[in-house]
Design a protein around this ligand. Structure first.
Ligand SMILES: [Zn+2]
Length: 101
């Protein structure tokens, strides 16, 4: 878990305002931890199967198989330019529920 993810977990446990990106990362990390606990093969902290093929999601609810590699912002959404995260296969409707919690 990197520093940004630790920060988001801390914010949530304190009951402070939780942004959409924090909900997205927390949801993703919780599923990844469950996969690891059940013995799934992992790569870079995420289940191997999430990479085959990879699905990327951003805080604005966009899902894509592709993203833009930006020199300044890292991996960003093709639709809105926000950072993307590797997530399990999910529909935009399911992702909207994750982001709306
Ligand atoms: Zn987006």
């Amino acid at each position: 878990m990197d520093a940004a993810l630790r920060t988001s977990t801390k914010l949530i446990s304190k009951g402070q305002h939780v942004s959409a990106v924090e909900r997205l990362v927390t949801w993703r990390d919780t599923l990844a931890e469950q996969e690891a606990a059940s013995g799934a093969e992992m790569f870079m902290g995420l289940p191997d199967k999430w990479y085959e093929p990879p699905t990327f999601a951003c805080e604005n609810g966009h899902i894509s198989k592709r993203y833009l590699k930006s020199e300044t912002s890292g991996d960003v959404c093709l639709a809105c330019g926000k950072r993307v995260y590797l997530v399990p296969r999910i529909t935009e409707e399911e992702l909207a529920k994750v982001l709306a919690k």
